[in-house]
Ligand binder design. Structure first.
Ligand code: TNX
Length: 543
């Protein structure tokens, strides 16, 4: 059923004509009156008290970011850069007591991981983090609160105490269907981390291309990386590129989760090492939807899925997987390694279960925790603690819920990425040029906001939910602006579902509350060079 939908969208994608308008274009909507909205923060903080009658904090040419702990010094440097990108002012960094226009950063261990408090007012701005991540998030909140008040950068007098609901808050970027250079990935990290997301999942391989250097398997980069969707140019990350992405992500408190998609989605591997791949299976849907027919040994540049597989019973396959996993684990400081496992339509069920069992154990043997798409729950012998990533709908389709429960039974947790609300590659509406619609799309911003991760899979306890991730597949996306226009503002919806409490007073944690707050981010995103979609669903602020 899903496959049929996935091919269906291709036709719609090709036919849609009207353009997505990036937010940098003038908004046709009037600006919000200032009032309470100057306190707007996304994702919604746990608690926020604002005193509208008290003097505001103002950032000016004299402002200095002062680190009150050695640990805070690197955050102070990052903070100065964020404040400059948002306001054009160039705060200095230093230590010592803070003045009225300064920002003082302190780390006080003991609070919840990633938590912070922020006080702004006539005394200055004080950010206290339980750790460096918390400090960084407090600074991100301050950046959102600063607005241009008749030529001055002000934040209202406010007192915030905040911590995340879920530990895993992810954004996935598919760099396989289209390859995106390091700078584009860094730009996405900037946008995602400004919304307090802490995971960057890179989908590094698929039928259309392989994107990461593996020294023991040189033909991957020599041959399998050269292709892309629609015959567009390929590309790959050298180990140095990957290290640069990992380090940049870490400086923004994001952990990189690399994914090598196995045993399906592996046609490109066959261009390099045909001895470990099966010939493609021409599925009836590929023909029915007039998709490019995969041909063994030729690059695949179409939209079809599910036709490829590694050879499940060959020792050479596992030697390959061990090489890739070993090198990937060595270059990845984060605790997770994603092994895909989605859409295994060309693999017999028993073979698929056996493969996922073996591959998750290969990952676990490196000391990393494996993650797999929820289909892998078809195996009852996964490495203990394997994490599942749920991508069916908010109303689970077919046996997706049962497969997802298997991860919890096996001592693992689950990441929620329901395709009909969290897939950023779905069109916003019928007029959107980019994107797909197969996941019950189009997906409005309102739909992307209105879901609750703990009520989707019956019988999955809230404790078993590690977090939330919004995937961005790149079949139709070629540029950084394409990424931005699909992700913003819907990535903000996912961030709020992942970070904020399930409910809040005064309707703040509702679509109406979110809609009013996210409107304030438009001008900030424009200043930061984020080409968001100025959807008419939101009355965007103009400054
Ligand atoms: C399904 S859902 C996929 C991807 C496609 C995406 C397009 C899942 C785990 N796999 O292979 O890129 O749809 O929206």
């Amino acid at each position: 059923m899903r496959r049929t939908g996935a091919f269906g969208i291709v036709v719609l994608a090709a036919l849609a004509l009207a353009a997505c308008t990036p937010g940098s274009a003038a908004s046709p909507r009037p600006a919000h009156s200032e009032g309470t909205l100057v306190t707007a923060v996304v994702p919604l903080p746990v608690s926020q008290k604002t005193d509208a009658s008290a003097p505001a904090f103002s950032l000016d040419a004299s402002s200095t970011v002062r680190a009150h702990a050695t640990d805070a010094e690197s955050t102070a440097r990052v903070a100065a850069g964020l404040l400059e990108a948002a306001t054009g002012l160039k705060p200095a960094t230093g230590t010592g007591a803070g003045g009225a226009h300064d920002i003082v950063l302190t780390i006080v261990p003991g609070g919840a991981a990633e938590s912070y408090t922020l006080q702004t007012g006539a005394h200055g701005a004080t950010v206290t983090g339980a750790d460096e991540a918390g400090l960084f998030y407090g600074v991100q909140t301050l950046v959102q609160l600063l607005h241009d008040r008749d030529g001055r950068w002000e934040a209202p007098a406010t007192d915030i105490a905040d911590h995340p609901r879920f530990a895993y808050r992810g954004a996935m970027l598919d760099v396989a269907r289209h390859f995106f250079p390091v700078d584009v990935v860094k730009h996405y990290i900037d946008g995602a981390s400004s919304l307090k997301l802490n995971i960057l999942h890179l989908h590094l391989s698929d039928d259309q291309g392989w994107r990461i250097q593996i020294d023991s398997r040189p033909k991957l980069t020599e041959l399998a990386s050269t292709t892309s969707m629609s015959g567009d140019p390929g590309g790959y990350y050298t180990k140095a590129d990957y290290a640069e992405i990992v380090a940049y992500a870490a400086s923004r408190h994001m952990t990189v989760v690399p994914e090598i998609d196995l045993p399906g989605h592996t046609h490109a591997i066959g261009l390099a090492y045909p001895e470990i791949t099966e010939p493609p299976v021409v599925l009836p849907e590929i023909v029915q939807w007039k998709q490019e027919i995969p041909v063994e040994g030729k690059p695949y540049t179409g939209f079809g899925v599910g036709f490829s597989s590694l050879k499940i019973h060959d020792a050479a396959t596992y030697a390959f997987v061990e090489d890739v996993v070993r090198e990937l684990a060595a270059m990845t400081p984060g605790p997770y390694l994603h092994v895909g496992g989605d859409e295994p339509h060309a693999v017999a069920p028993a073979d698929y279960a056996e493969f996922m069992s073996r591959v998750t154990k290969i990952v676990a043997a490196t000391g990393k925790t494996p993650i797999a798409w929820h289909e892998a729950g078809a195996s009852t012998d996964l490495a203990r603690g394997t994490i599942g990533q749920y991508w069916s709908y908010v109303s689970p389709q077919a046996d997706s819920a049962a497969k997802t429960l298997e991860f919890a039974k096996n001592g693992g947790t689950v990441i929620m990425s329901p395709a009909d609300v969290a897939y950023l590659d779905m069109k916003y509406d019928e007029s959107t040029t980019l994107g797909l619609t197969w996941a019950d799309g189009p997906t409005s911003v309102e739909r992307s906001y209105g879901w609750e991760p703990t009520t989707i899979v019956d019988g999955l306890s809230a404790d078993a939910i590690l977090g939330v991730e919004a995937p961005l597949w790149s079949e139709t996306l070629r540029t950084s602006d394409d990424i931005d226009v699909m992700a913003f503002p819907r990535l903000a919806s996912a961030a709020e579902v992942a970070w904020s409490p399930q409910s809040a007073p005064d309707g703040a944690r509702t679509w109406a509350g979110f809609r009013a707050r996210v409107a304030r981010l438009g001008p900030l995103w424009t200043r930061e060079g984020i080409h968001y979609y100025a959807t008419p669903e939101i009355d965007w602020a103009t400054r």
